[in-house]
Design a protein around this ligand. Structure first.
Ligand SMILES: [Zn+2]
Length: 413
């Protein structure tokens, strides 16, 4: 798929007049006495008295990288800008410096001077540059004692919905098992963990000896590890039970480590939105059982009408497997109706493991029913990194191209 965002382009940024720079300083100085201020972007250049040309960085920065500047090293962590306190402190105590202003970045009021955090982000970014290319600009202006600009630099930053660990930092999730696994199965488990691990931070997998037919197993956000009982591998109730469960738990790890970590909240917000739309669509069939937020069915599990609601069953792993297992066992596999996290984990696993059955089922739906389902797939796979960026799409989502085509998914990277 062509990526509309590819190809670096250097932004044409307006020169900043001294007066505008001063105005920004004044605005900031009123708000924070720290000497570090953030202002909104200036737009049109005015009559220029004294200007230092704005230099735009050719490099487009992404999350995880550091902008090196003589004033401060700034690490980009999603929507957070983390300043090198020591370097900044040295600069601030220097007798020469007067002010250092960040202008034009759509970052909001910093809660403290060292970590700039952008909270109300989605509506705060009206610029076409951002909407079309996902680019925001961090603009530095450094002034001397008379308020004259001595340096003016622009750094483009590309925000991405999914952040990926850098190649040299990527660590394949390791699998520790208390039982001997069939070598082919172990190989398959490793491949699954490695493929899905591309979007997560290191998540070790422990297969512990447990023959309890009730199964169990989970991803624990506090320890950041996945625990699976061995019975899923040694005595599966359907084909590839352990692998499918591993895939589901790895999706939870992606959700917890990447999507839900508050660095870039957009994807999280969008997932809640499409989940809510799915619940509301399900409520058109069953208004008593589907309300938003969704009720919980902890003690006896969800009733059949909930599990079989077509808006959710299409995203349930258990609805695609052939098995003699009873429904209580299967219920632990798929409850995409519970919340957006479970929807993400189940949907991604279905799209990986049963893509063609999923597409076939989607096609048989009344066209009026398709949109909220399509929206879920759009939100999950539209922003995925691309093969051309070195992302192993063939392993991560083997049917990516077919899904894109069949559901008219737009790449929104
Ligand atoms: Zn789950």
């Amino acid at each position: 798929m062509a990526d509309a965002n590819s190809g670096p382009e250097i932004p044409r940024y307006p020169l900043l007049s001294r007066r505008e720079a001063l105005r920004n300083i004044a605005v900031g100085a009123g708000a924070f006495a720290s000497g570090i201020v953030i202002g909104q972007s200036t737009t049109t250049p005015r009559t220029v008295e004294r200007v230092v040309e704005t230099r735009a960085s050719e490099k487009i920065y992404i999350s995880g990288e550091t902008i090196e500047n003589p004033v401060a090293s700034i690490k980009i962590e999603g929507w957070n800008l983390v300043f090198d306190k020591e370097k900044l402190g040295r600069y601030q105590s220097s007798p020469d410096r007067v002010a250092f202003v960040l202008v034009g970045a759509p970052f909001y009021t910093p809660p403290d001077m060292n970590v700039f955090r952008a909270e109300p982000v989605i509506r705060a970014l009206p610029s076409p540059e951002f909407r079309q290319k996902g680019l925001i600009y961090l603009h530095f202006t450094e002034t001397d004692k008379s308020g004259g600009i001595v340096r003016s630099e622009v750094y483009p930053i590309k925000l991405k919905y999914y952040s990926t660990p850098k190649k040299d930092e990527f660590e394949t999730p390791r699998i520790f098992s208390e039982v001997q696994l069939d070598p082919d199965l172990l190989e398959k488990a490793k491949k699954t963990a490695e493929a899905l691990g591309q979007l997560s931070y290191y998540t070790p997998i422990y297969i512990y000896k447990n023959d309890d037919p009730g199964r169990g197993g989970d991803f624990d956000p506090s320890t950041k590890r996945i625990d699976l009982p061995s019975i899923m591998f040694t005595d599966p109730v359907f084909k590839d039970e352990g692998i499918i469960r591993l895939s589901h738990e790895m999706a939870h790890a992606i959700m917890s480590n990447v999507i839900n970590n508050h660095l870039d909240p957009r994807l999280n917000v969008m997932l809640v939105e499409v989940y809510k739309n799915l619940v509301l669509a399900a409520a058109t069939i069953d208004p008593k059982l589907f309300t938003f937020p969704m009720r919980t069915f902890s003690l006896f599990g969800a009733p059949e009408e909930v599990r079989n609601n077509p808006y959710f069953s299409i995203f349930s792993e258990s609805s695609y497997v052939k098995t003699d297992a009873n429904k209580d066992v299967l219920a632990t596999y798929s409850h995409p109706f519970s919340n957006h996290d479970e929807l993400f984990a189940s949907a991604l696993t279905v799209l990986r493991s049963f893509p063609d059955q999923f597409i076939a089922r989607y096609m048989t739906l009344d066209p009026k029913m398709r949109e909220p389902i399509r929206e879920v797939v759009q939100t999950i796979i539209g922003p995925l990194p691309q093969e051309s960026e070195g992302f192993p799409m063939k392993d991560f989502l083997p049917a990516y191209d077919r899904l894109i085509k069949s559901l008219s998914i737009k790449v929104t990277r």
